[in-house]
Design a protein around this ligand. Structure first.
Ligand SMILES: O=c1ccn([C@@H]2O[C@H](COP(=O)(O)O)[C@@H](O)[C@H]2O)c(=O)[nH]1
Length: 276
C-alpha cells in the first residue's frame, strides 16, 4: 500500500485506528478454547467486528511465536483473513547484521519464504543503516522504525543526549537518509505527548505508528492535536482496550463498540486538525 493509498483509506474510513491483534491464548473466551485454532477463531471474529472502523491491523509477533509452529500457522491464517483494503503491520521489532536482517525481511515480506506478506515490519534502529537496508530492498514495503517508545524504560537510552540532542532525534534525522516518508514510518508512543511537536518538526511528512492509547493511558486527543499532518500521518494502535473489552461470549460485540467509539473520536479530530 502506498502513502497516498493509506491516506485515501483514512479519509474513506474516517479513521486512523490500527487494531492490535495481541492474541493471548490464555485470554481467549472459554467458548472458543475447543476450536481447532482458537487464536484464529478469535482473530477472525475481532476482524469481522472491527474492520469497518479501522484502517490497519498489527499482530504483535511475540503472541504467535510463543505458541510455536501452531502460532505461526494462526498468524498466517489471520494475515490471509485481513481485508486487502487494510494496512498490515508485523510488530516484530527486528534488526541485525545485514545478512540476518535479510532473512527477517524475507520472513515478513516474501510469501514464498514463511507464507506471510505484510505491508510493513517494525525494526529497531540500534544496529544502524546496514541492519535496516535489507528491509528496504523489498519494493513497496514499509519499515517502521522505533523512535520514541511508549514504555517508561524507553527514556533509558532514547532520551539520552547525543551531541546535545536526544538520541531519538538522531534516529529521526539520520534514518531519513535511508528512505523517505513513502517507505518509512516511526513508532512514537502516545505516552510521549510532550515530544510530538519536536518530532513533527523533524519528520513533518512521515506517518507515525502510535501505540499507548487505551491500556497504557496515552491521550488520543493530544496525539491527534500535536501529531496530525496534512495527510493525517498517524496510525494509532489499540490492542487490549479493544480485543479484551469483554472476556465473555460477547467479546466481539464489545470489541466492535470500543473500535467504533475510537473511530467516532477520530472522525472528530480529522475534522478539527486535518488541514483543509
Ligand atoms: O513503543 C511501543 C512499541 C510497541 N508497542 C506495542 O503496541 C502494542 C500496545 O498494546 P496495548 O494493549 O494497546 O497497550 C503492543 O503490541 C506493544 O508491544 C508498544 O506498546 N509501545
Amino acid at each position: 500500500m502506498t502513502y497516498q493509498e493509506l491516506f485515501a483509506s483514512i479519509l474513506h474510513q474516517k479513521s486512523y485506528l490500527c487494531v492490535g491483534l495481541d492474541t493471548d491464548l490464555r485470554k481467549i473466551p472459554a467458548h472458543l478454547q475447543s476450536e481447532a485454532d482458537p487464536v484464529f477463531a478469535f482473530n477472525r471474529a475481532i476482524i469481522d467486528a472491527t474492520a469497518e472502523y479501522c484502517v490497519a491491523y498489527k499482530p504483535n509477533i511475540a503472541f504467535y511465536e510463543a505458541q510455536g509452529p501452531k502460532g505461526w500457522e494462526s498468524l498466517r491464517k489471520t494475515l490471509d483473513y485481513i481485508p486487502k483494503t487494510h494496512f498490515t503491520i508485523a510488530d516484530a521489532k527486528r534488526g541485525d547484521i545485514g545478512n540476518t536482517s535479510g532473512l527477517y525481511a524475507r520472513t515478513f515480506f516474501d510469501p514464498s519464504s514463511a507464507g506471510l506478506e505484510f505491508d510493513s515490519v517494525t525494526v529497531a534502529p540500534y544496529m544502524g543503516s546496514d541492519s535496516v537496508q535489507p528491509f528496504l530492498e523489498f519494493e513497496g514495503k514499509w519499515v517502521i522504525l522505533l523512535a520514541l517508545t511508549s514504555n517508561p524504560g524507553g527514556a533509558d537510552f532514547q532520551r539520552l543526549s547525543v551531541n546535545g540532542k536526544p538520541l531519538y532525534e538522531q534516529v529521526l534525522t539520520t534514518s531519513q537518509q535511508w528512505a523517505g516518508a513513502d517507505r518509512m514510518m516511526y513508532v512514537v508512543g502516545a505516552t510521549q505527548a510532550d515530544a510530538f511537536a519536536d518530532i513533527r518538526r523533524l519528520a513533518p511528512d512521515h506517518f507515525l505508528l502510535v501505540p499507548g492509547v487505551g491500556a497504557q493511558g496515552g491521550s488520543l486527543e493530544a496525539v491527534s492535536r500535536h501529531g496530525m499532518n496534512s495527510h493525517c500521518g498517524l496510525l494509532v494502535n489499540s490492542a487490549r482496550g479493544i480485543i479484551y473489552a469483554s472476556s465473555g461470549p460477547d467479546f466481539a460485540q464489545k470489541a466492535r463498540l470500543e473500535a467504533r467509539a475510537i473511530q467516532q473520536e477520530m472522525e472528530k479530530y480529522l475534522d478539527q486538525f486535518l488541514p483543509h
